[in-house]
Design a protein around this ligand. Structure first.
Ligand SMILES: Cc1ncc(COP(=O)(O)O)c(C=O)c1O
Length: 419
């Protein structure tokens, strides 16, 4: 007997299909837009120049001659692909150098390089956790963290974003679950750009005997004196068990890593399915990541970190002065403030966010749009992000266009959330 339900039926009538159809018809879809140049401060997109405020190329290194030479050198020496896994035939001396230098940078015993950051999270969480364990995750954590938690079949106890009281409650409950406990948080949250209160999280984990993993995807190469991320900035590096990072942002390439103790990294090397059963990254990606890491760790690194954060502060202040609701820099207990390269503009309504995105795009400014489930329901935002290579000559015209678009937009569609 044939099955009554076609497994493909869902592709015809999923919850977003009507919205998607309408957005496509009106050419309002903010996704899959094509780049026709590098992600420079001014990029060529779909036949026009747009000021690029929608890239994670935080240090502006994707077109840096040293990083390009790293990619080119690896390409020339090893060819276009590795055609196999790290385990069998895809490990280069470049991988080992990269792993050694990441471990030095992070100040850990070892590091392991995965083909993508997504695989680093999935391949770590699904390997270290099992059905008897509990994983406690911030509700704002990246999707790859959630995927790893689900794949592990550990008991998942999510807690409300950055709410330490909820984390404490989850740790109390986890005590009764009977297995090992891992807390996993983003250091910098990818959509809102806010940071996790790591000193308090570390203290709670220590009190309850839980392990802690921090995803530094948006913080590595940006925060801390060495650019080693949120854990460095907040002075808790030696109290965080595992730090994850990606090459797809500040490190101008593609790939990911986990830094931690020898015993954990060694276990991942022989047990992590997302590491073992996938091809190693192409040589050019490894060569570029290594070259970018060397820039970050050289004397040229700190001025780049300072510049990207100064640009974020400038854009944040400018948008605020124009009356947009932007997420404020976060105060730290020592009286300083943390700003990150992610400067979100809160819009709230999905359609308004998409219409505002289109108006900015037409005015020559490219930003990203985050809708539920990337953000909470009714929490749509325009995710702007800056690079070290932006300057006033690009940020001032971007702000002027934001201002002009806002006036026209509000006259037609009503007020945007006020700052
Ligand atoms: C917080 C966070 N973790 C992990 C990832 C996955 O990294 P990758 O793009 O290298 O797969 C991303 C990237 O989107 C991210 O934002």
């Amino acid at each position: 007997m044939p099955t009554a339900i076609d497994v493909f039926a869902k592709v015809r009538g999923h919850e977003r299909s009507e919205q998607l159809r309408a957005a496509r018809e009106a050419d309002l879809l903010p996704y899959f837009r094509t780049l026709e140049s590098p992600a420079a401060p001014v990029a060529q997109m779909e036949g026009a120049e747009r000021i690029m405020l929608g890239s994670n190329n935080y240090l502006g290194l994707t077109g840096d001659p040293r990083v390009m030479a790293g990619a080119r050198g690896a390409l020339e020496r090893y060819g276009t692909g590795l055609t196999g896994s790290r385990l069998l035939n895809g490990t280069l001396e470049l991988h080992l150098e990269l792993e050694r230098e990441i471990a030095e940078w992070m100040g850990t015993e070892e590091a392991i390089v995965f083909t993508t950051g997504h695989q680093a999270n999935v391949g770590t969480l699904a390997t270290l956790l099992g059905p008897g364990d509990t994983v406690i995750a911030d509700s704002g954590d990246h999707a790859s963290i959630l995927d790893g938690c689900l794949l592990s079949r550990a008991k998942l106890r999510p807690f409300r974003h950055n709410r330490l009281d909820k984390l404490e409650r989850a740790l109390e409950k986890a005590e009764g679950d009977g297995g090992g406990v891992l807390v996993v948080v983003d250091g910098v949250f990818s959509m809102e750009g806010d940071v996790a209160p790591l000193p308090e999280i570390v203290a709670l984990c220590e009190r309850f005997g839980a392990r802690l993993m921090v995803d530094e995807a948006h913080a590595a190469g940006v925060l801390g004196a060495r650019g080693a991320g949120t854990s460095e900035l907040m002075g808790v590096e030696d109290r965080v068990d595992l730090r994850m990072g990606t090459f797809s942002k500040s490190l101008a390439s593609c790939g990911g890593f986990i830094a931690g103790s020898h015993e954990v990294v060694d276990f991942l090397r022989v047990q992590s399915r997302a590491f073992l059963f996938t091809a190693a990254a192409v040589p050019a990606a490894v060569g570029a990541a290594l070259a970018a890491l060397r820039v970050v760790r050289s004397e040229d690194g700190p001025p780049l970190f300072a510049r990207v954060l100064e640009n974020a502060r400038y854009l944040n202040r400018g948008l605020h002065e124009l009356g947009f609701r932007v997420v404020d820099p976060q105060p730290l207990p020592d009286g300083s403030e943390v700003i990150t390269p992610i400067v979100p503009v809160v819009v709230g309504d999905d359609w308004k966010a998409v219409l505002l995105w289109r108006a900015l795009y037409d005015a020559g400014v490219f930003v990203n749009v985050a809708l539920h489930p990337a953000v909470p329901p009714a929490g749509a935002l325009l995710r702007t992000s800056v690079m070290a290579s932006h300057d006033r000559a690009t940020l001032d015209p971007a702000l002027a266009r934001f201002g002009a678009v806002k006036a026209r937009f509000e006259a037609e569609h009503g007020p945007l959330p006020a700052g």
